[in-house]
Design a protein around this ligand. Structure first.
Ligand code: GEK
Length: 244
């Protein structure tokens, strides 16, 4: 079935509400994220390759903030380690309902997948070898980010990996401005109107809080990760792999 197009912010409505991962968003999510995040497909594909390399037999693999399961599905199609299962977690029931419906018939060689509706902030982690946290830490309250990364680090077996993708901000104001403008151009080039861009921006402003690369890297080290490697950068989006 073709992905439904995102027209959520096409009509101006009085007082755009705060952005929520509800049923309306779930219905258009693949189209929305592809047209809004430069390199989204590259990050998902690379995440699966990293997972394949780091997955250890008889451990869990997490996809935190799984949405419709793009990373889950990509990892399921790559990981070959014996006895692994993917635990895909999101706190939006609307996302999970759709993820369960759409992924089952697309797996080539499925690993068992458990879909879990839970806040990742207080998730009880099982011993795991791969944790994907793609474009989700940015939605977690700033003061809770450190504890979440420390819990992930503790749950990872030696040599296990955290995959972290985020929207970032730059310290240098001019460079930040330049990348913001290019990101707006990216959205325009993908067919979003000025009205849609402004509406989404207003809705998401207090919900998605990006940080600098330095803040992410120092926090990863502080949380106990020994080796942090950037594997993706396009405009104001980055991704790292952090080995426990
Ligand atoms: C992908 N990783 O396709 N607990 C659990 N889930 C949460 C929480 C929380 N506290 N806060 C937000 N979410 C996916 C894309 S989208 C990114 C991730 C975006 C969930 C939220 O419901 C949504 O599904 C996801 O995190 C963020 O690669 O929309 O920009």
């Amino acid at each position: 079935m073709a992905d439904r197009e995102d027209h959520l912010f096409q009509t101006p409505f009085a007082g755009v509400g705060e952005f929520r991962f509800d049923e309306k968003v779930a219905q258009v999510f693949p189209d929305m994220i592809r047209r809004s995040v430069p390199g989204y497909g590259q990050v998902i594909g690379s995440s699966a390759l990293i997972a394949k390399r780091h997955a250890k037999p008889n451990t869990a693999i997490y996809d935190l903030g799984c949405s419709l399961g793009a990373t889950t599905l990509a990892m399921a199609n790559q990981v070959r380690a014996e006895g692994c299962r993917i635990i895909a977690v999101d706190n939006s029931e609307a996302m999970l309902t759709q993820a369960r419906q759409t992924t089952s018939d697309r797996l080539l060689d499925p690993l068992p997948i458990e879909w879990v509706c839970h806040d990742i902030v207080d998730l009880p982690f099982e011993p795991c070898s791969v944790v994907a946290l793609n474009f989700t830490l940015q939605f977690i309250a700033l003061e809770k980010r450190m504890q979440l990364l420390a819990s992930i680090n503790e749950a990872l077996v030696p040599g296990g990996v955290l995959i972290l993708a985020e929207k970032v901000v730059l310290q240098n104001t001019k460079s930040q401005q330049a990348l913001t403008e290019l990101h707006l151009d990216f959205k325009r080039a993908n067919g979003y109107s000025e009205l849609e861009i402004a509406g989404k921006r207003q809705a998401i402003e207090n919900v998605l809080i990006p940080e600098t690369s330095d803040a992410h890297i120092s926090r990863l080290h502080e949380a106990g990760f020994s080796e942090v490697t950037e594997f993706f950068h396009c405009l104001n989006f980055k991704a790292w792999m952090a080995v426990a």
